[in-house]
Design a protein around this ligand. Structure first.
Ligand SMILES: [Zn+2]
Length: 358
C-alpha cells in the first residue's frame, strides 16, 4: 500500500509513530537504569566501616562485611570463584563456631557454600536472599579428609540427600551426624531459621526424640537438598535491618509439613519466564543507605577484611558511626506486574532456586 495515496491517514500514522517512539524511549530509559545486581556483583571488597545491615534478607545490602578465610582447621569454602564468602562479622564468627562445635559432635568439618557478596545486595545468579550478610549455606556433605584443591572446590558435586520423586530423604545417605549438625546449628540463639528440603524436615520430625524444641527453627522449603541455609536475626547496631516474623512455637511437624507431601507445592511454575526480582531491582528498590554502601572506598586489602577470630579484623576497631533511623529506608516503587515482587509469604524466604519444571 502506498501511504502517499492516503493523505487522510497520515496524521493518524504520525501520532501512532510518535506513541511508539515514546514507548521505545521509556523502555530505553528503564533499561538504562543500572541493575543493582550488576553494581553489587562488581564489588570485590567491602569498605572498612562498622558492620551494619540495611533492609531485608531479600532486599538490602550491608556494610562492614568480613570474609570467612578460605580454610580453617574445621571448614573449607566451596565455589570460591563466586566471591560470596562475605558476611556480617557475627555471621562469619558463627560459621566458624559451628564448624568447631560440629567437629566436637563428630562431623568432619564444614563445607561452606554461599554467604554474601562483599557488600551484599542482589546477586547475578542464584539466591533471592543472602543480601544483608545474615544468611549462609552449609553443605550436607562432610568435609573430606584430604584438603580440597581450589579446582576441586569449584567442581566437586554436592550430594543430593532427597529423592526427587518421593521427596523423602535417601536412607542410605542420611546419618545421625546430619541430624546432630542441624541440631547444633539450631541451638544458637542468634539463628532464627534453618531452611531444609521438606524431606529433611520430615526425617527430623520422624526420628528426633527427647528435646524437639529446636525443630521449630527447621523450616521446609524448595531446594535445600544438598545444603541447609542458616539465617541469623538482625544484629545490634543495625537499626535499618528489617527482621522477619518469628516462627510458630510448635515443632512444625503437623499440617504445614503435610502440605509439602501433596501435589500442590510441586506443580510446574505457570509463568517460568516471569522476571525475577534480581533482574529488575535497581538502586531505587533498595534502602537508600545502599547507595552509600556501594560508593564507599574499598578496604585497603583482602587481608584487612578477612575475619581473624574477631580480634584483628579491621571492622572490629572501627569507630561506631551515627545510624539513620529505620523509617528513612525506602523500598522504592516496584513494577506491579513482576510476580517476584509479591510480598514475602509467611512461610519465609523467596525461592532460592527454581521450582520443578521451571
Ligand atoms: Zn541459602
Amino acid at each position: 500500500m502506498n501511504l502517499r495515496s492516503l493523505p487522510d491517514r497520515k496524521p493518524f500514522l504520525t501520532a501512532a509513530l510518535a506513541l511508539v517512539t515514546l514507548a521505545a524511549l521509556a523502555a530505553a530509559a528503564i533499561s538504562a537504569e543500572p541493575r543493582a545486581k550488576d553494581l553489587f556483583g562488581a564489588k570485590k571488597l567491602p569498605a572498612v566501616v562498622p558492620a551494619q545491615s540495611f533492609g531485608f534478607y531479600s532486599k538490602g545490602c550491608f556494610a562492614g562485611g568480613v570474609a570467612l578465610p578460605m580454610d580453617g582447621p574445621t571448614w573449607e569454602v566451596m565455589r570460591p570463584s563466586r566471591n560470596r564468602r562475605w558476611g556480617h562479622p557475627a555471621m562469619i564468627a558463627l560459621i566458624e563456631k559451628l564448624s568447631r562445635d560440629a567437629v566436637a559432635d563428630g562431623w568432619p568439618g564444614l563445607l561452606v557454600g554461599d554467604v554474601s557478596q562483599p557488600r551484599g545486595g542482589p546477586m547475578m545468579t542464584g539466591h533471592a536472599s543472602h543480601q544483608i550478610g545474615l544468611d549462609a549455606d552449609i553443605w550436607l556433605t562432610p568435609m573430606p579428609k584430604r584438603p580440597l584443591t581450589i579446582a576441586q572446590r569449584e567442581s566437586m558435586s554436592a550430594t543430593l540427600m532427597v529423592d526427587e520423586k518421593t521427596h523423602l530423604v535417601k536412607d542410605a545417605l542420611w546419618t545421625p551426624a546430619h541430624t546432630r549438625l542441624l541440631k547444633r546449628a539450631a541451638s544458637y540463639p542468634e539463628v532464627e531459621r534453618i531452611l531444609v528440603n521438606p524431606g529433611i524436615k520430615k526425617e527430623l520430625c520422624d526420628t528426633v526424640t527427647g528435646d524437639r524444641s529446636w525443630l521449630r527453627k527447621i523450616r521446609p522449603f524448595w531446594g535445600h537438598d544438598y545444603h541447609f541455609h542458616m539465617r541469623i536475626g538482625c544484629q545490634p547496631g543495625s537499626p535499618g535491618c528489617k527482621g522477619q516474623e518469628a516462627t510458630p512455637a510448635d515443632d512444625g511437624c503437623g499440617k504445614p509439613l503435610a502440605w509439602w507431601f501433596t501435589e500442590e507445592p510441586w506443580r510446574p511454575n505457570k509463568n517460568p519466564d516471569a522476571p525475577k526480582a534480581r533482574d529488575l531491582m535497581t538502586m531505587a528498590n533498595l534502602p537508600k543507605e545502599c547507595q552509600a554502601v556501594l560508593a564507599a572506598t574499598d578496604a585497603p586489602s583482602l587481608a584487612a577484611v578477612t575475619y581473624q577470630g574477631g580480634s584483628a579484623a579491621a571492622v572490629a576497631v572501627a569507630e561506631p558511626q551515627p545510624t539513620e533511623p529505620t523509617e528513612t529506608i525506602s523500598s522504592g516503587a516496584l513494577p506491579a506486574q513482576a510476580s517476584a515482587f509479591a510480598p514475602t509469604p509467611k512461610i519465609g524466604i523467596p525461592l532460592p532456586r527454581p521450582r520443578p519444571g521451571n
